[in-house]
Design a protein around this ligand. Structure first.
Ligand code: CA2
Length: 160
C-alpha cells in the first residue's frame, strides 16, 4: 500500500504569503500544497493537506488520521503554545508525527519559543521556511521506508 501522509496546518496559515513576509516568507499555502503534492506524487504516496482556524476541527482530523494516514506532519501554529486538546489527540496517533514551523521559533519572542506539542512528536523541524514542508515529507517517507531506491543513499538512508 502507498504511504499515506496527512499535513495539518493551524490558525492563520491560510493567510501565508499575504502578511509578515520577513518572518513567514512570501509563499502561499496553496503553493506549499502544490509542491508537497508534486513530491508525494513523485514517490507514489498519497497526501491529505488541510488548514483550519478551529481547534476542534484539528482534533477531528488527528482522530481521522488514526485510520486514514501512516504519518502526520503538523504545523500547529498558534495552537502550539496552549492546546492540551491537540496534544492529547497527537498522543493517540501511533505513527510518526513531525511538528513543523516555518520560522525558527527558538529565535523569536518568548511567547513563541515553547511548543507544548513537541513532547508528543518524533521530530521538530523549524526555521527552514516553506521548504520545511518538503523536508518533512522526505523525513516521514524515510521513516516509513517509502523513498525510491533510485535516490542516492545519503538521502535515502543517511550515514552508515
Ligand atoms: O513558523 C511557523 O510556522 C509558526 O507555526 C507560525 C505561527 C506562529 O504562531 C508560530 O510561532 C510559528 C503563526 C502563523 C501566523 O500565520 C501568518 C500568516 C500570514 C501572515 C502572518 C502570519
Amino acid at each position: 500500500m502507498p504511504m499515506r501522509v496527512m499535513i495539518l496546518n493551524g490558525p492563520n496559515l491560510n493567510l501565508l504569503g499575504v502578511r509578515e513576509p520577513k518572518i513567514y516568507g512570501s509563499v502561499t499555502l496553496a503553493a506549499i500544497e502544490k509542491s508537497c503534492r508534486e513530491f508525494t506524487d513523485s514517490i507514489g504516496a498519497t497526501l491529505a493537506f488541510h488548514q483550519t482556524n478551529w481547534e476542534g476541527q484539528m482534533v477531528d482530523w488527528i482522530h481521522a488520521a488514526r485510520q486514514e494516514a501512516d504519518a502526520i506532519i503538523i504545523n500547529p501554529a498558534g495552537f502550539s503554545f496552549y492546546s492540551i486538546a491537540i496534544l492529547d489527540a497527537l498522543k493517540m496517533f501511533e505513527g510518526p508525527i513531525i511538528e513543523l514551523h516555518i520560522s525558527n521559533i527558538h529565535a523569536r519572542e518568548a511567547t513563541y519559543q515553547h511548543s507544548k506539542m513537541s513532547s508528543a512528536v518524533r521530530a521538530v523541524i523549524c526555521g527552514l521556511g516553506a521548504y520545511g514542508y518538503v523536508v518533512s515529507l522526505q523525513c516521514v517517507a524515510r521513516m516509513l521506508d517509502a523513498l525510491p531506491d533510485s535516490l542516492p543513499q545519503p538521502l535515502r538512508i543517511g550515514p552508515v
